[in-house]
Design a protein around this ligand. Structure first.
Ligand SMILES: C[S@@+](CC[C@H](N)C(=O)[O-])C[C@H]1O[C@@H](n2cnc3c(N)ncnc32)[C@H](O)[C@@H]1O
Length: 291
């Protein structure tokens, strides 16, 4: 089959569920990944042929997209902070707002200065390891330790292929963040977390493809205790952050000040709610007191 024919048939299939422009982008992304073609191959080489096997695999993939399966799970990859991360249905697909979390932490380290022996960063609820690896890669010499409760997620995080890219690979451990801070991990200059924070009652507002395909364990908290992970993360930070160290967490936009209060109540200083690019309350930053 000709590539250009495959693109138009694929776009027609995926447009059953998405606007045509978005459907075409998804088709081009899939084909680039599966065949190594560029967005312009079908224009520059109008007679470019795709083998029957590849065309049939592609049409199956397009049918999965039309049924609502996220393209990142189909190709097994998601972009985050300009890099390709492996993803499986065991991990949340990294979100653009979480890139901002990394940016804020990297910017903050400029003012903090580099401790002798290098920075130590902890990432609680690491999922695909997108935050842990990004900080390790962007802050060379930094030691990053990351934990998650899911074996599947830890396999994905540890299996990312950046180990040879000139950074210290993060260390990944299985731990239940809700079970309280673990001294065995030592102390840290920075503690970050993007924990589960979607309330069960918010399910109704969520897109079907998220609900049906992304792991429940990564997303939801009970309506009657939506800040459960923030109290736990604040306890880890209180115990394991060095004086002057930064705790930076992604939050539920409807609970900005309530989440900040969790940190204020524990004696952190300079506690602030930080907005994302859409002006929504998206993060809380807190500094460990010196006393
Ligand atoms: C919102 S996802 C975030 C993943 C990743 N940090 C990101 O930003 O894409 C939350 C993660 O918390 C993990 N998790 C859920 N309950 C946990 C617990 N009690 N202890 C540790 N990790 C937990 C899930 O497995 C999931 O990987």
């Amino acid at each position: 089959m000709l590539l250009r024919q495959l693109i138009s048939e694929g776009t027609a299939t995926v447009s059953q569920a998405f606007p045509e422009r978005e459907a075409r982008e998804m088709v081009l992304l899939y084909l680039g990944y599966a065949l190594g073609t560029s967005r312009h191959t079908h224009i520059i080489e109008p007679s470019y042929e795709v083998s029957d096997v590849h065309a049939s695999d592609a049409m199956k993939a397009f049918a999965r997209m039309a049924a609502g399966e996220p393209i990142q799970y189909i190709i097994g990859m998601a972009y985050f902070y300009g890099r390709e991360f492996l993803v499986t249905p065991d991990v949340l697909i990294p979100r653009p707002e979480t890139e901002l979390l990394c940016r804020e932490v990297i910017d903050w380290t400029d003012s903090y200065g580099l401790p002798s022996g290098g920075l130590r960063i902890a990432d609680l609820c690491t999922g695909s390891g997108c935050i842990a690896w990004t900080l390790a890669l962007e802050l060379p010499g930094t030691e990053v330790l990351a934990v998650d409760i899911s074996d599947g997620a830890l396999d994905v995080a540890a299996g990312q292929s950046f180990g040879k890219d000139g950074c210290k690979s993060p260390s990944f451990f299985k731990a239940d963040v809700l079970a309280g801070p673990q001294d065995r991990f030592g102390t840290f200059d920075v503690m970050v977390s993007n924990p589960p924070y979607v309330m069960e009652s918010e399910k109704a507002m969520m897109r079907k493809n998220v609900l049906e395909h992304e792991p429940e364990l990564a997303l939801f908290v009970p309506d009657n205790d939506p800040l459960i992970f923030y109290r736990a993360v604040a306890d880890w930070a209180k115990k394991l952050l060095k004086p002057g160290g930064l705790c930076f967490v992604e939050i539920n936009e409807s609970l900005g000040e309530e989440t900040a209060d969790v940190f204020r109540d524990r004696g952190f200083k300079d506690v602030q709610v930080v907005k994302d690019l859409s002006e929504r309350d998206r993060f809380v930053r807190a500094i460990q007191d010196f006393s």
